[in-house]
Design a protein. Structure first.
Length: 61
């Protein structure tokens, strides 16, 4: 069971990192982000715009 818990924590950490990157890209390009809320998809603007950050697509994947 310990091994499964370890991999679960790794997966959750990866999802948080991906969420942060998606928020930064959305704020940089002035885009709205989809969010699942109350059984519907709602589009929100990122809360902390960061125009100075530049994400290179080669670094992401």
């Amino acid at each position: 069971m310990k091994e499964k818990s370890f991999y679960s924590k790794l997966a959750i950490s990866a999802m948080y990192r991906a969420s942060d990157i998606a928020e930064k890209i959305a704020s940089e390009n002035n885009l709205k982000m989809p969010l699942w809320k109350d059984g519907k998809i709602v589009y929100i603007k990122p809360q902390n715009p960061n125009k100075k950050m530049h994400m290179d697509s080669k670094k992401l994947g």
